[in-house]
Design a protein around this ligand. Structure first.
Ligand SMILES: *Cc1c(COP(=O)(O)O)cnc(C)c1O
Length: 452
């Protein structure tokens, strides 16, 4: 076959991408297109005859543009969403270019080694045990599924039940304890795993959403049978940290597995200034975090770590006659991942970590937190939470929910809303590597202006 035209569509994509990226500081942050406009510009029947690839890319970019939310912008403060650093983005392009199926070492040896190396760097950065196993997954959601599958295996194995063969029919009941203000992905993981949300016992939390250890101790003392405790480092609204060291003491004494949801909060471990917030984290049994949030790696990129590699492999591993399984100490990702075929997610993580270095990661985390504090100072009188990390929660009076929509429509910045302790609140998350003081000041001016 004649060489396909690589150059035309890739040049178009490169030009479109650099135009988008360099235009980020000046474009409206929110989407400007309605659903019907997007359906009109992107829709229509599948054409019978194909169209030139470069033209397709150019048309796609121009039709999609009004419906693109500039979430990689330094003035996007909604949810908890990071941007993409140049190195991570470039490595992501190469990931797509190489198109490795990174399930097996045999199908992508470099991808496997990069995950091994980046996994080691991350363990080190977070201060997790050197023997912990790692998986590069799509996000914190699938990280929970993976970690809690390993937990399910291990707590049932300890009472003589093999869940991989026997399933949960007739198995001893597992109890899952988690703070009442846990992230919804914990409940969803329990649904996926057949443990069910009825197995969840919510533990009382304080005003910042932190699990109260005495309440946990009391609940655990009235339980017998297999138990899993889910702790949270970085409440999605307040940024607050559960006292993980004390939770490990209480839960592990009772024989429970401790899983940590540190989707963004675990990155505090990488900062000498903030490390105290996660004291004792290394004693947990499994950990979840994201690279697509605070490390500013493109979607989708999450991480799972497990202090019990045999449980991790027992829950995830798979064998088939037609596959070429690792025979030595090389690493097959499919033994640690819920996917079978999978994207080589390690490349962008590796590139992000290498360009930042240990100091760069810590500076990124510290800078976002300092900017969140600057914002909270500008908004004083409206702040609902103790700003310990990168999250600020605001009450702007009875019209808070409307003000969130007005800010989104105005376009200077983008914030999202929530309900906090029964009242509507505005959430402001500083997670982007390009955000600076002027972005914060502009956002504060805009929000205050739209409030009055
Ligand atoms: C974002 C978040 C999640 C879910 O992460 P995904 O990467 O979107 O799956 C889970 N827990 C917490 C605390 C989060 O902030």
């Amino acid at each position: 076959m004649e060489q396909p035209d690589w150059h035309g569509p890739l040049t178009e994509a490169y030009e479109q991408a650099t135009r988008f990226l360099t235009g980020l500081p000046s474009r409206p942050v929110g989407s400007r297109a309605s659903l019907s406009q997007l359906r009109a510009s992107l829709g229509g029947p599948l054409p019978a005859a194909g169209v030139d690839a470069r033209a397709v890319i150019a048309q796609l970019a121009s039709a999609a543009d009004p419906g693109i939310v500039a979430s990689p912008s330094g003035r996007f403060f909604g949810f908890v969403i990071g941007g993409a650093t140049p190195a991570a983005l470039a490595a992501d392009w190469l990931t797509a270019t190489w198109d490795q199926n990174a399930g097996l070492y045999a199908a992508g040896p470099a991808a496997a080694v990069v995950e091994e190396v980046a996994g080691g760097w991350l363990r080190d950065l977070f201060g997790l045990p050197a023997h912990a196993s790692v998986g590069f997954v799509t996000g914190a959601q699938m990280s929970h599924v993976t970690a809690l599958a390993a937990a399910r295996h291990e707590v049932l194995r300890r009472v003589g039940w093999d869940v991989e063969t026997g399933g949960l029919h007739g198995a001893p009941r597992i109890t899952v304890l988690a703070g009442a203000d846990r992230h919804s992905t914990i409940d969803r993981a329990l649904r996926f795993l057949g443990i069910g949300t009825a197995a969840l016992v919510p533990v009382k939390v304080d005003a910042e959403g932190r699990l109260i250890v005495d309440a946990l101790r009391e609940t655990l003392s009235s339980l017998d049978g297999p138990a899993i405790v889910c702790a949270q480092l970085g409440n999605v609204n307040t940024g607050a940290f559960d006292p993980i060291g004390e939770i490990c003491d209480v839960a592990q004494t009772a024989g429970a597995w401790v899983h940590v949801d540190g989707a963004f909060g675990l990155w505090a471990a990488a900062s000498p200034r903030l490390r105290h917030l996660v004291t004792g984290v290394e004693r947990a049994d499994s950990w979840t975090t994201d690279a697509h949030k605070w490390l500013n790696v493109p979607y989708d990129s999450g991480l799972v770590f497990c202090a019990h590699p045999a449980a991790h492999r027992a829950a995830m591993g798979v064998r088939a006659a037609y596959l070429v399984h690792a025979g030595g100490d090389e690493r097959d990702a499919l033994d640690y991942n819920p996917e079978f075929s999978r994207r080589a997610r390690g490349f962008p993580v590796y590139a992000a970590l290498r360009t930042l270095g240990r100091d760069g990661v810590s500076a990124l985390v510290d800078r976002c937190c300092a900017l969140a504090t600057r914002f909270a100072d500008r908004m004083s009188g409206h702040v609902l939470n103790d700003v310990v990390l990168n999250q600020v929660l605001l009450n702007l009076g009875p019209h808070t929910a409307d003000i969130v929509h007005r800010v989104q429509a105005e376009g200077t910045c983008w914030v999202s809303g929530t309900t906090w302790q029964g009242n509507p609140a505005m959430r402001f998350s500083v997670s982007n590597f390009t955000t600076d003081e002027s972005d914060i000041d502009l956002a504060a001016d805009t929000i205050l202006h739209l409030t009055t």
